[in-house]
Design a protein around this ligand. Structure first.
Ligand code: AMP
Ligand code: ZN
Length: 146
């Protein structure tokens, strides 16, 4: 496996502007921020994908992201809203293959946005939504299922 840049940051072998660390997670500034105050939250244990993390590890990661979102809002940096974003897989836009949650401030007119495909304008029928719900429900693992 080629050297993971986020593992290098964890080991102190690559520079980072650290915001937070505990036994499970690290948070530091993104080198190419969407807006000033853009933080990345990562697990200490190298995991490429969410599927490589257990529920406990994910809970700790998202708990840290929750705290970072509040801190970004309270920081004095321009912040009218906050986005949390996690790209899981190349097709989802993942470029660094060590799980990370983006936490970044938003404000009116900042220029960030999602683009949608042409189908987005067409609302699916209820039976399609029900069928998709059934498929996802049947794939839920016991850890998150009823
Ligand atoms: P993603 O597309 O979700 O995989 O995002 C990867 C993010 O990591 C991008 O926003 C990059 O700017 C950021 N990034 C890459 N290398 C570093 C680094 N050495 N320090 C901080 N952020 C980084
Ligand atoms: Zn790594």
């Amino acid at each position: 496996m080629p050297a993971c840049i986020f593992c290098k940051i964890i080991k102190g072998e690559s520079p980072a502007s650290l915001v937070f660390e505990d036994d499970n997670c690290l948070a530091f500034m993104d080198i190419q921020p969407v807006n000033p105050g853009h933080v990345l939250v990562i697990p200490r244990r190298h995991a490429v994908s969410l599927a490589d993390m257990n529920a406990e590890e994910c809970a700790r990661l998202f708990s840290a992201a929750h705290a970072l979102a509040a801190a970004v809002r309270a920081s004095g940096l321009r912040c009218e809203g906050v986005n949390l974003l996690l790209a899981d897989g190349e097709a989802a836009g993942q470029e660094v293959f060590h799980v990370h949650v983006h936490v970044f401030p938003r404000f009116a007119g900042d220029g960030f946005g999602f683009t949608y495909g042409p189908e987005y304008a067409i609302l699916p029928e209820r039976r399609e939504l029900d069928e998709q719900a059934r498929k996802i429900r049947s794939a839920l693992t016991p850890a998150v299922g009823p």
